[in-house]
Each structure stands twice: as C-alpha cells, then as structure tokens.
Design a binder for this molecule. Structure first.
Ligand SMILES: [Zn+2]
Length: 88
C-alpha cells in the first residue's frame, strides 16, 4: 500500500494505491484508525452480546451502549424486563 500525492488548487491530496483485492480492508483499517485518533473512546462494540455491530458515540455523556436504540436497546430492555418479571 502506498499513498500517492496530487496537487490541485494549491492543496495536496493523498490517494491510496493498493491492490484491488486489499482495498476494502485497507480503507476499513484507515477509517477505524482515523476515528480512534479523532474521537478516542467513542468507538465501541454494541453492549448486546448477540450483536456484532459497533457504535460511534456522539452523546455528550459518552454513555451510549447500543448500536441502535430501536433494535438492540429495546431488545435488551425487553429482556431485562422479562427476567425481572420471571424472578419476581
Ligand atoms: Zn447492537
């Protein structure tokens, strides 16, 4: 993998030069790394053990737990409610 510079309108831009079968993986790693540096601690796996997604926390408190409140958040709430009702 190499980065190739180009000059346009007085600005340098870098483009990726990588084998086509590696390009997606390289771009994913670079995006992950950029996010980890720009927003440390904001990228984390979803708290639902059965979910394989990650989330980027944009909240002020940095306390988001689910990739999606509508999917995993509600599912985990329902599960906790069911367990509480069962144990009572
Ligand atoms: Zn999830």
């Amino acid at each position: 993998m190499t980065s190739v510079p180009a000059l346009a309108d007085g600005r340098v831009t870098w483009s990726l030069s990588v084998a086509p079968d590696c390009e997606l993986a390289v771009r994913a790693v670079l995006a992950w790394d950029a996010l980890a540096r720009q927003s440390p601690g904001r990228l984390r796996p979803c708290a639902n053990d059965e979910c394989r997604l990650f989330l980027i926390d944009h909240s002020k408190a940095n306390a988001a737990r689910w990739c999606s409140m509508a999917v995993c958040g509600n599912r985990m709430k329902a599960r906790r409610h069911y367990q509480r009702a069962r144990n009572a």
